[in-house]
Ligand binder design. Structure first.
Ligand code: FAD
Length: 383
């Protein structure tokens, strides 16, 4: 399989690299992480550079990019911070679901606003008792004239409190039906009366921000329902493959940053009169890290290429998401070891990659759920 990139794709990578170098220097990233502050100024630069428009169809003002272009952007954003990719991904994945499943009127209303930065999107599906088990979802919407009334509680909603954010929330509209047949998607402004957000104090990914959401008699106009009543699962599935490719690409970008930092440090740090990288124990660890990173990238690009060619790639994207996220956690841990005590110091970036990495095997489908899926695809029946 040829993973050769076109001139346009190489230019895209180059321009995102330059944008991030100019607008997200280390001091800015550290400040946002320390203050748990949303990257507003950087997001505005992404909009200006057309990154938000990149994967959308041209008829809605998009640039017509696909899974490979998305993966390139995800890698480059995550080389600076995997958390930034969560802010970018929230808007783009939700927007793509609208492009796939909304009515023509909804697309014409929402997509230009998203692409121009007038609104942002975030996804909210998980609940206190419904994580891997989406079927345990309790939050529900009941029709009341030309509105729906929503009550319940959501958890782990990343980016929910960003300025002008519209929460893409999945709730039950038929509480007796299986979630695949009884869940619907609503677009809810984050300042709608009855919506209360509480920021969670997380180990990592501290700037995009992850929230608990309480909903009490929240009235949402019926025209904010996307994809039809009880069709929420259909909407989720329409974007799942690209979302998992991007999750894998994000891990690869951050791993590249970790390996680069570790190699540089191994060259610079002198103990016993010579760079620590001249010790075979450290050099071999770095050689293994580079090899595992390349293996992860190979799985990820294979999945991205298959998705881009329109083929069903469930098996390949699941393997890529599983391997890339687990390798990311492993490499971040090894990166800490290479940096010794400096890795443990908040003034160095390695600890942020270490903290951020830990969510990768949990969010967007845990490693165990990926293995369950793969085992099922292999004909094994997991209970
Ligand atoms: C940083 C972060 C950001 C997130 N952002 C969002 C977001 O924006 N929107 C959103 O809706 N959600 C979001 N999530 C939620 C995420 O999708 C859930 O955390 C995830 O689905 C796991 O659910 P849980 O945390 O309730 O764990 P549980 O489902 O309670 O799982 C706990 C452990 O049990 C394992 N487990 C559970 N069931 C099985 C099984 N059948 N077989 C084997 N092992 C099993 C899991 O793999 C895990 O190790 C985010 C999570 C994190 C950490």
């Amino acid at each position: 399989m040829d993973f050769g990139f076109s001139d346009e794709q190489n230019m895209l990578r180059d321009s995102v690299q330059k944008l991030m170098a100019r607008h997200a220097p280390s001091a800015y990233v550290r400040k946002l992480d320390r203050e748990s502050a949303y990257p507003d100024a950087l997001y505005a630069e992404w909009v200006k550079a057309g990154l938000l428009s990149m994967p959308f169809p041209e008829e809605y003002g998009g640039l017509g990019g696909g899974a490979v272009e998305m993966a390139i952007v995800a890698e480059e954003l995550s080389r600076t911070s995997a958390d930034f990719c969560m802010a970018f991904g929230g808007s783009v994945f939700c927007g793509l679901n609208i492009a796939h499943k909304a009515s023509e009127e909804q697309k014409r209303h929402w997509l230009p606003k998203l692409l121009s930065g007038e609104v942002k999107f975030s996804i909210s599906m998980s609940e206190p008792d419904a994580g891997s088990d989406i079927g345990a979802m309790r939050t529900s919407a009941v029709r009341d004239g030309d509105h729906y009334v929503i009550n319940g509680q959501k958890l782990w909603a990343t980016g929910a409190a960003a300025k002008n954010n519209v929460i893409n929330m999945y709730v039950k509209t038929d509480t007796k039906a299986h979630y695949r047949k009884g869940m619907s998607l609503f677009l809810i402004d984050n300042d709608t009366p009855g919506v209360e957000l509480r920021k969670l104090d997380l180990l990592g990914r501290r700037c995009t921000g992850t929230y608990e959401i309480f909903l009490k008699d929240v009235r949402v106009p019926a025209h904010r329902l996307v994809g039809g009543e009880n069709m929420g699962w259909d909407v989720v599935l329409s974007g799942l493959q690209v979302e998992r490719v991007v999750a894998a690409a994000s891990c690869c970008g951050s791993m590249q940053a970790i390996v680069d930092l570790a190699i540089q440090y191994a060259r610079d740090r002198v103990q016993f009169g010579r760079p620590i990288g001249t010790n075979q124990a450290i050099a071999h660890m770095l050689a293994d890290m580079q090899t595992e990173l390349e293996a992860a990238k190979t799985l990820m690009w294979r999945a991205a290429a298959l998705v881009a060619s329109g083929k069903d790639a469930l098996r390949e994207i699941t393997m890529a998401k599983l391997f890339c996220s687990e390798t990311y956690v492993k490499l971040a841990n090894q990166g800490m070891q290479v940096l010794g005590g400096y890795g443990y110091n908040m003034e160095f970036d390695m600890q942020r990659h270490f903290r951020d990495s830990r969510a990768a095997t949990i969010a967007a489908g845990s490693s165990q759920m990926q293995r369950n899926l793969l085992a099922n695809l292999m004909g094994l029946k997991i209970q």
